[in-house]
Design a protein around this ligand. Structure first.
Ligand SMILES: CC(=O)NCCS(=O)(=O)O
Length: 349
């Protein structure tokens, strides 16, 4: 039996799962999202150049990806430190930090933030979406990719001895590219060796999550220890959602706090409001999936920090939990979503 078995691996070392407490399963504390820059609507170029003023906050919420500076969360470590202290005060215990290779993962900063704030931080291994894969990555065999991912969990990543405690977010688009498929197979092989949690960023198409599950399953992955992220912008039809839920992955609603009229990466998508997200959670609970739901904010741009008038990392604990209770999700079920489900997922087999 490995020393990881029955434990959770944080950036500060192994932890007894009972110590995790309330857990956000998909956040970023330091990263760059430059890879996904989207040009501003015609005529808005000047606002995009100088966005951080009170009168531009609504514009930033509507166009978060159209301003280079907004994509540099890695410049905000001091603000994030304050946010994590507030998160602890609000009853938070753990954050899964999903930054992988390609979007400026910074493990020493994560370790320092965990030390400074007392929040447990679990870091992510592996690769983000295809456009961030280097030429060298694209040429690697599945075996080589597997070795790298395994090493990030067992020995440390990015030239440090800081170990990742989860594989992901593993980035995939739609359609899934050849390089992303290799990374998914490597993820499944590494998971089979390590018995570790996996988390996936699916492409923006309702068929994408099930296709990822198919590839992982075929390569020997454990879907019962896999989180499917971003369902709030991916599957909208209740019937399709229940079909996907039957495949057995954790179901993650992780864009709490995001309200956006035109989702630039797929204009077909109507981004839900927080009220609609809570309604979907209540639906899934009613259908018997209370043991499979996990939640987060997926903060990946500056404007979502409280420093810039955003909702911050405590929004779910402070505002969404009361709304969940009001909409018929019991305290026991809320505790499953915030504590028990993340704990089960994050514990190595
Ligand atoms: C960092 C990240 O991948 N966030 C998800 C953004 S998306 O618009 O929901 O794909």
């Amino acid at each position: 039996m490995s020393e990881l078995s029955g434990k959770v691996q944080t950036v500060l070392g192994l932890l007894d799962p009972d110590q995790l407490g309330r857990t956000m399963t998909h956040e970023h504390l330091t990263m760059s999202f430059e890879c996904c820059y989207f040009p501003p609507p015609p005529g808005d170029e000047a606002v995009a150049e100088n966005p951080f003023q009170m009168q531009h906050m609504h514009w930033l919420r509507q166009n978060p990806y159209s301003c280079h500076e907004n994509l540099l969360l890695l410049q905000e470590t001091a603000a994030v430190r304050d946010e994590l202290l507030a998160y602890r005060k609000a009853g938070g215990g753990t954050i899964v930090e999903n930054t992988t290779m390609g979007i400026d993962r910074d493990l020493p900063t994560l370790k320092q933030l965990a030390k400074d704030t007392g929040v447990h931080v679990v870091a992510g291994a592996g690769y983000y979406v295809d456009c961030t894969h280097t030429e060298a990555t694209k040429k690697m065999s599945v075996e080589k990719l597997t070795d790298i991912i395994v090493s990030e969990v067992l020995h440390g990543a990015d030239g440090t001895d800081i170990r990742c405690g989860v594989i992901g977010e593993i980035g995939t688009g739609w359609p899934i590219t050849e390089s992303e498929t290799k990374v998914l197979r490597a993820t499944a092989h590494a998971q089979a060796q390590l018995g570790c949690p996996v988390i996936i960023h699916p492409g923006r198409n309702p068929a994408a999550p099930a296709e990822v599950v198919r590839i992982l399953q075929e390569a020997g992955g454990d879907i019962s220890k896999t989180v499917m992220s971003h369902l709030d912008r991916t599957i909208f039809d209740d019937g399709e959602l229940l079909e996907f839920a039957k495949l057995g992955s954790y179901l993650e609603y992780d864009l709490f706090g995001t309200e956006m009229l035109n989702y630039p990466y797929n204009l077909e998508v109507d981004m839900p409001s927080d009220s609609q997200r809570v309604k979907t959670l209540a639906f899934l609970v009613k259908e018997g999936y209370e043991d499979m739901i996990v939640v987060a904010h997926d903060i990946h741009t500056k404007n979502r920090l409280t420093k810039y008038g955003g909702h911050g990392y405590s929004h779910i604990l402070k505002n969404i939990v009361p709304k969940m209770l009001m909409r018929g999700i019991s305290q026991h079920q809320v505790d499953k979503i915030l504590i028990d489900n993340p704990k089960r997922w994050l514990t190595f087999k």
